[in-house]
Design a binder for this molecule. Sequence first.
Ligand SMILES: *[C@@H]1O[C@H](CO)[C@@H](O)[C@H](O)[C@H]1NC(C)=O
Ligand SMILES: *[C@@H]1O[C@H](CO)[C@@H](O)[C@H](O)[C@H]1NC(C)=O
Ligand SMILES: *[C@@H]1O[C@H](CO)[C@@H](O)[C@H](O)[C@H]1NC(C)=O
Ligand SMILES: *[C@@H]1O[C@H](CO)[C@@H](O)[C@H](O)[C@H]1NC(C)=O
Length: 433
Amino acid sequence: MQSFAKLLLLFGLLALASASPVRIQKRGVYKVERVPNPNYTGRNGPRALLKTLRKYRMPIPASVAGAAQQQTEMISKREPKRGKGHRQKGQNGGAAAGGQAAGSAANGTGLVTTTPEANDVEYLSPVTIGGQTLNLDFDSGSSDLWVFNSQLSTAATQGHTIYDPTQSKTFALMQGASFEISYGDGSGAAGNVGTDTVDIGGATVTKQAIELATAVSRSFVEDTNNNGLLGLAFSQLNTVQPAQQKTFFDNVKSSLAEPLFTADLRAQAAGAYEFGRVDTSKFTGAMTWVPVNTTDGFWQFTSEKFAVDGGTPQTSTAGAQAIADTGTTLLLADPAVAQAYYAQVDGAVDDQQQGGFTFPCSAQLPDLQLDVGGTMATVKGTDINFAQVDDQTCFGGLQATTAGLQIYGDIFFKSNFVAFNGGNNTLGFAQHV
Ligand SMILES: *[C@@H]1O[C@H](CO)[C@@H](O)[C@H](O)[C@H]1NC(C)=O
Ligand SMILES: *[C@@H]1O[C@H](CO)[C@@H](O)[C@H](O)[C@H]1NC(C)=O
Ligand SMILES: *[C@@H]1O[C@H](CO)[C@@H](O)[C@H](O)[C@H]1NC(C)=O
Ligand SMILES: *[C@@H]1O[C@H](CO)[C@@H](O)[C@H](O)[C@H]1NC(C)=O
């Protein structure tokens, strides 16, 4: 019943996204955005916000939907079933499979560069699967590893690097297995499943479940540098049926020097993901470790307080929860946080037209302190300027969540080096160098 309600909600959202002819006119804007003009920031702000709200099935204010027209059709060889989305606890009918997978790492570590796309809307890192290297989006907010591959039509794979299982000596099809993930932003993927050897900067898993898309949504098709996702949330969210599969991290964990990975995401610069080691040269001061609430399969923690510019911490909502999500662009906090923060920014408005908080690009942005499991973390003001939307207006990287859950995306990571510890289910964070 719960997932049926979600299905209805998803189709509601899809309808919302494609209903108005006015929005179709704006498609040109999105094409322009893909021209590599370093100064053009277009409507990335509202689009990033809409993407996040949908990913987590949050209510979408009409203003946001209007400002962020999105294309949601699936490009496919065969039409998939749609709209299942994140699996809830207990829905999978069994523990994660993938018991045969084995991890190894020469010195117990694996290190890869992660490179931002324009406006830091996402970060991509090279992953070698059966000897073939693809750039994937590492997503600590989901748990499927799926790739563009040779089963997709040439229309869907144009400009992409694809994985071809027939060219891999180590690939094996997983008979009868399928996956279907919808990130709720109208983006999604579905297909079949096999296993192969996955190498991330020296950390290797043999017989890792690789999900081979036979259908992907248009937004992925158009995002030609992105050749798939690598989920790094807890395996309970994996969508493979009938036997749920383990994430790369779950499989490699026991072979790492330390059972953790770190995200070093930089503002408009290359950063890194590292498995098995905390590189202390990447941050200043001591790392703070806080407990993770794994109930919903996310890297989740309590976050009920905030402060602006080092002021006195105030409570936003008692008991409020947040997740650390590398696969989300923006920082979606409690509405009380966004309101109080932008009240301190000259000229900032909650702009119905742009679908979120905007401010004059010339404004000085104060730092924001956010409670991460009981300790305050700082997000630098400069990291909160997400993108220019017109001549003088900038779109805020901090926006209000429209449901209870707060989502601390890449805007948070740019200011903070973060370790995801699967040994004791804690998150470590420290101010970036
Ligand atoms: C881009 O911005 C820079 C710095 O503001 C400016 O000097 C340059 O002329 C701009 N380029 C274009 C194509 O607008
Ligand atoms: C682990 O081995 C790799 C490859 O030989 C090397 O580049 C890296 O520096 C080593 N890392 C550590 C922490 O020793
Ligand atoms: C853990 O998360 C669940 C689901 O989001 C929430 O209901 C619960 O209150 C959280 N537990 C704690 C101790 O915060
Ligand atoms: C979890 O592990 C980290 C690093 O291994 C350690 O520093 C921290 O104290 C541990 N935290 C808890 C609560 O056990």
